[in-house]
Design a binder for this molecule. Structure first.
Ligand code: FES
Ligand SMILES: [Fe+2]
Length: 432
């Protein structure tokens, strides 16, 4: 039987609204994306001490990260092996054991079952402590403290998957004199919006809207960084880094501008710590980086996208600090972050209003296509296969869908896409 063509719903320059509004499509995405590839779960600085834990999600699956007695990190499925309650409801803390609230089954930091409530009610052979541990996610890895996990045994190797994005993570962390950052210590907040998770994925690297949605904020920012006055004309680009990852440069400073922007002592400290090239790269580059499917690294925060339903998403924002940087600099990072992204900020809240409006607009099913063809014809591809375009074009919005199409088209049985995607195979010309 012929497999229906997924290209009918996701094309290089446009997606069908079904990708954003069909509940069955969402279920397929959980399975073939969130449970099949590498997803971001935490930063090592969130669980520095033995007994520290953090709860989060892989797709819809609840997980707990713990720092075990042996200092190693464990990634556990937050689901009691008795009758299924989550064993931990708090988002973070420190403890030696997780006691299920239903019948007091008690699990240690490695997930091992240490005990059960009223054990005498079990007869011999009715309970096996060795096999009733919490399930573990064994495939996780980290780069400069950023931890990613996959439920799949066949996902490509982590090193390969993170690929070109490492360079930008290095720029980010090298702004710290020790090369280390902390994530979430200086603030976390959560924002829900009534829209599909991919709207935030696309919106985390959105150069086109800045001049419109955030014009007032840009005017204020230009007082500190005058080149923001020229935002649409800045000589910066956006890149498709492969595997769905992408980055938009916000601005790139010349050496002269680096010294205007940063105190000389700080520049010297960074050069002494990392050498000229690494230090200047860290000081020069401002960008938003997206790692498909759920992670973004922005100037002062980590953004984690949690898909909840086809039209419901939670975004968790974790502010970051530079270990070893002067206290005033870290305070300034908090203030600048609050200015734009805080719950009462000049920028972020406007985005979420737009995201709600986008999903509402998708109710107009007569208009079927979501376009991101801006700059497609002038997009360039370098010898390594990295696509690039001008920052207000839409190379970065197109980028995730190469990987999306690959993941959504593989595995599963042949009939599955036909069942979920009644429009698959339908072609429509959207370019030009
Ligand atoms: S459901 Fe957890 S102890 Fe029964
Ligand atoms: Fe925005």
């Amino acid at each position: 039987m012929n497999r229906p063509s997924f290209d009918g719903l996701s094309q290089a320059e446009a997606n069908h609204i079904q990708l954003y509004s069909d509940p069955q499509m969402f279920e397929l995405e959980l399975e073939q994306i969130f449970y099949s590839t590498w997803v971001y779960i935490a930063h090592e600085s969130e669980v520095p001490e033995v007994g520290d834990f953090k709860t989060t999600f892989i797709g819809r699956m609840p997980v707990i990260l713990t720092r075990g007695e042996d200092q190693k990190i464990n990634v556990l499925i937050n689901r009691c092996t008795h009758r299924g309650s989550t064993v931990c409801a708090e988002e973070r803390g420190n403890r030696q054991q997780f006691v299920c609230p239903y019948h007091a089954w008690t699990f240690n930091l490695d997930g091992g079952l240490d005990g059960v409530g009223l054990p005498s009610g079990y007869n011999d052979g009715e309970i096996d402590y060795d096999v009733l541990s919490l399930q573990t996610v064994d495939r996780w890895d980290s780069y400069r403290g950023f931890i990613f996990a996959t439920l799949s045994a066949t996902a490509r190797p982590f090193e390969q998957n993170i690929g070109e994005a490492k360079k930008y993570i290095d720029y980010y962390c090298d702004l710290s004199p020790t090369g280390e950052i902390t994530v979430g210590k200086t603030g976390i907040y959560k924002q829900k919006y009534q829209g599909n998770w991919k709207i935030q994925l696309e919106g985390s690297v959105e150069g086109y809207h800045v001049w419109h949605t955030h014009k007032n904020a840009v005017d204020v920012m230009a007082r500190e960084v005058p080149l923001m006055k020229e935002y649409p004309r800045l000589p910066v680009k956006a890149f498709d880094l492969g595997y769905g990852h992408n980055v938009i440069e916000n601005y790139t400073l010349t050496d002269e501008q680096v010294f205007e922007r940063w105190p000389k002592e700080f520049v010297d400290t960074l050069i002494a710590a990392h050498g000229v090239e690494r230090a200047m790269n860290a000081l020069r580059h401002r960008f938003n980086l997206v790692l498909f499917p759920n992670f973004a690294l922005l100037e002062y925060h980590v953004r984690v996208i949690r898909p909840m339903a086809v039209d419901q998403t939670e975004v968790r924002t974790y502010h970051t600090s530079l270990v070893g940087a002067p206290a005033e600099m870290n305070q300034r990072r908090v203030r600048e972050h609050e200015f734009f992204y805080g719950p009462a900020g000049f920028g972020g809240p406007d985005d979420y209003v737009i995201f709600d409006r986008i999903q509402r607009g998708y109710q107009a099913s007569s208009a079927e296509w979501v376009l991101f063809n801006r700059g497609y014809k002038s997009e360039q591809t370098d010898p390594d296969g990295i696509r690039s375009g001008q920052h207000t074009q839409e190379t970065q919005q197109r980028a995730p869908y190469y990987e999306y199409r690959r993941l959504m088209s593989i595995s599963g049985d042949e009939n599955r896409l036909a069942e979920f995607l009644p429009h698959a195979g339908k072609q429509q010309e959207v370019s030009g």
